[in-house]
Design a protein around this ligand. Sequence first.
Ligand code: SF4
Length: 462
Amino acid sequence: MTQTVLLPNPILREPARRVPTRVGRRYFIRTFGCQMNEHDSERIAGLFEMDGMTPAGGFESADVVYINTCTIRENADNRMYGNLGQLKAVKDLNPAMMLVVGGCAAQKDRDMVRERAPWVDVVMGTHNLDRVLDLMDHAENWGPITEVVDELQAMPSSLPVKRELEHSAWVTIQVGCNNTCTFCIVPSVRGVEVSRRPGDIVREVERLAADGVVEVTLLGQNVDTYGRDLALNGKRRPIFAELLRRVGEVDGIRRVRFTSPHPNDFREDVAHAMADTDEVCEHLHFPLQSGSDRILRAMHRGYNRKKYTERLAMAREIIPGLAVSTDIIVGFPGETDGDFAITLEMVEEARFDSAFMFIFSPRPGTSAANLTEQFVPEETIKERFARLSEMQNRISGERNAEMVGRKVEVLSEGPSRKDTQVATTRTRTGKVVHVAGTHRAGSFLTVEVGTAHPHHLVGSPV
Ligand code: SF4
């Protein structure tokens, strides 16, 4: 029998300590979606390893499979249900395999996941990661269970972790979002903004540094408003700039990154903290979404073209050598040729180093999904998308070409996936540089950039 449990506990709890009960079993995690999900998956892996499990190479050899779902894009949803379909066949051959579905789609569409994939053992949400082992115990003993709660139960960073890269770590500083972007499902699946105490964050970064981590990425949906829900010295105000400075002071941390800021909330104090703190990398992800004021209003973004342009200019003036990346949505409902032309104009002017470009995809549960009468025809969207990609690829190539001949510090991420004789490394500005030879993940080296391509550079050690 499937049991649904709703817990009303609003108090953030510590993960329960337990004796490992699954020693020798193997787990496999498939993650869809954004960095927040990737980070959650690292925490799930940490909990699995705390329980004695080790990683498996794929679904077939796993005793436990965890699917971390996403609802941001329709494509991710479709792939998730496709994966669950495949897993039914695997489970038919091996009924003892435990299948757990978590993440945003499970949080939002808990009943739909159960309905479309009744063979799933555990359906859980984004707010109760710390419960995964208990829920698996329940499923093993009493059958399938759904537990989705509406309030955050444990900050992901309070849970054990198995990091993808040993030298680099995500650090959650905030979960949830108080904005109402009309295309976005995050506020309804991740809830309102909750900031973690700064002292707690700094202590975690200190522990990470002691563990050999040299790079941290501070993670929140809208980092510029970090701290405004905390009463510190009797005041409630954003304190992200102060947090950046404090994290930068931690011994052993050589690179501090963060994602994502919001153009509406990005202020000079943060730009100054970036410029003054050597450890904070000169890279800003500054999501534009559209260049048209009319579309930005319909998206509820809270800024217009002028404000965005002024804030970008301010950031570039204060932070020397700043690289800027962005997000752009093509074909938001009601986008006309004129609106799109303004976006192209903005992209040409802004000269972003890189851009994540998305085709609008209506997400059930968002207000933009109801604007069906204004949906832009698919052919038109495809044609606009191709024009935008071509323009941005050209600009990215030009920006990267400016690096040729320069000597830059890079941090190795280990052998490249395509060629083990080449290391994938990254500059402080977030650009990928392929460097011949073996360079241990986590090692810093200086390289001279030889050639430039739109999505990567090639360099040689100096
Ligand atoms: S700022 Fe907008 S796009 Fe970003 S998480 Fe919040 S609602 Fe979503």
